[in-house]
Design a binder for this molecule. Structure first.
Ligand code: V47
Ligand code: SF4
Length: 390
């Protein structure tokens, strides 16, 4: 991707939050010289361009970038740091795509292959009754043996048994697959899933939009363009979704900026994205395990720059499962306002060597947030504030 192409999607529209704070003027000289113009724009609430995005990725002034991201974070979310009481369910690891960065997926004949029955899924869901669960987060592989009715029955059974719990399920990649196997359009498939109980979509499957990198790391997966199209359809139907970007593999800073600005452009159009979650590539047991993955410095910088470029996204989430609790906690001072949740069971990152726990209690999440000097706010999936722990 070249910088010229990137320039096409940038704009200079001032955001409504525009306000240059008094101390801001004094703060600018402390930024490294490469960040001063960008600092002025952030203080004035002026949208950053692709060129600014590249300058941020090229800058080594991590504290400067973090302070700017923190200004935006506090304008949008004050001192709140959100978390959710949720449970992840990965219903099958059998997947026809076999992305090269994915250590979770299997062929049907593999020893570790599994598909959860509806009873298995309900039993996992049941484990959480009595702990104030508000969200199921359900994703899995593209398993050619599962009929569309499996997904509809899963949703209706969960909806019937847990009417209060929000069901955030199926990435845009899975939705595209479900449309294919059901013979429906994406819109029709989504409408049926919504009727059965679906309430929002997670942000996975976006990976990196660059077709060149995508060809290398996930040649069988739908294109970035198609991912955006599915999200557009979902938003037009009134569904909220998240967005992600997988970084730390074969991509470069041009790809990052292009990816982020394409998300920003769709958000301008639909307003349907709730949170952006940069996902740090974990290389172990993958087909590209010779890569070393992202470092802590890159993780923090990615979160902060995402906060700065995605001026129309309400929330930036640090998925502690991928980052570790320590880095996720520190990121609350670098643009992040959400730590995701209790999770309980996670297979995708752990298959690829994540050494984090699989679950955090509500008390642990609150402690991480309080010690970072923020106000813990338990939210539901749509960021309605449930309880503030001040
Ligand atoms: O789409 C797969 C990624 C995603 C690896 O929406 C990997 O709130 C790192 O999207 N190393 C699924 N990442 C998880 C996901 C997600 C997670 C948390 C919250 C939300 C949300 C969404 O995991 C996949 C892929 O991009 N992934 N393999 C790996 N080796
Ligand atoms: Fe399948 Fe998703 Fe893994 Fe790709 S990332 S192989 S689509 S489960």
């Amino acid at each position: 991707m070249d910088a010229g192409a990137l320039g096409l999607i940038s704009s200079q529209t001032p955001t409504p939050e525009a306000e240059r704070c008094a101390w801001g003027e004094k703060f600018i000289p402390y930024l490294s010289s490469d960040l001063r113009d960008i600092g002025g724009k952030v203080l004035d609430g002026v949208r950053l361009s692709a060129k600014d995005g590249l300058a941020l990725f090229h800058s080594q002034d991590l504290l400067g970038i973090g302070s700017l991201a923190n200004i935006v974070r506090e304008r949008k979310n004050g001192q709140a740091a959100y978390f959710v009481i949720n449970r992840h369910i990965n219903y099958t690891n059998i997947c026809r795509n076999r992305c090269r960065f994915c250590a979770f997926s299997c062929d049907e004949s593999d020893e570790d292959a599994y598909t959860l029955s509806l009873d298995d899924i309900l039993a996992k869901a049941e484990e959480m009754s009595g702990v104030g669960l508000t969200e199921f987060h359900i994703v899995g592989g593209l398993n050619p043996k599962l009929p569309f009715s499996y997904y509809l029955e899963m949703l209706s059974a969960l909806r019937e048994r847990f009417p209060e719990v929000h069901i955030q399920a199926f990435t845009a990649v899975e939705i595209d697959f479900l449309a294919e196997i059901s013979g429906l359009t994406v819109r029709e498939a989504l409408a049926e899933l919504v009727d059965a109980g679906l309430t929002s979509l997670p942000g996975g499957g976006a990976e990196i939009f660059s077709p060149i990198v995508r060809r290398e790391i996930c040649p069988e997966k739908i294109s970035g363009e198609r991912w955006l199209e599915v999200m557009r359809e979902a938003h037009q139907l009134g569904l909220y979704t998240n967005a992600t970007m997988l970084y730390g593999h074969l991509e470069n800073e041009y790809d990052w900026v292009e990816h982020l600005l394409q998300l920003r452009q769709l958000q301008d159009e639909t307003g349907g994205f709730l949170a952006f979650i940069p996902l740090a590539f974990h290389p172990k047991h993958t087909d590209i395990s010779w890569l070393s993955g992202a470092t802590g410095y890159q993780d923090i910088k990615m979160l902060a720059i995402s906060r700065l470029l995605l001026d129309n996204f309400p929330h930036i989430k640090a998925f502690w499962i991928m980052l570790g609790t320590k880095l996720a906690q520190v990121s609350l001072g670098f643009g992040v306002d959400d730590l995701d949740g209790t999770v309980v069971e996670e297979h995708i990152t752990h298959a690829a060597g994540a050494e984090t726990a699989q679950a955090l209690s509500k008390q642990e999440l609150i402690r991480l947030i309080v010690e970072a000097g923020r106000v813990p706010v338990e939210r539901d999936t749509l960021y309605q504030k449930l309880t503030s722990y001040k």
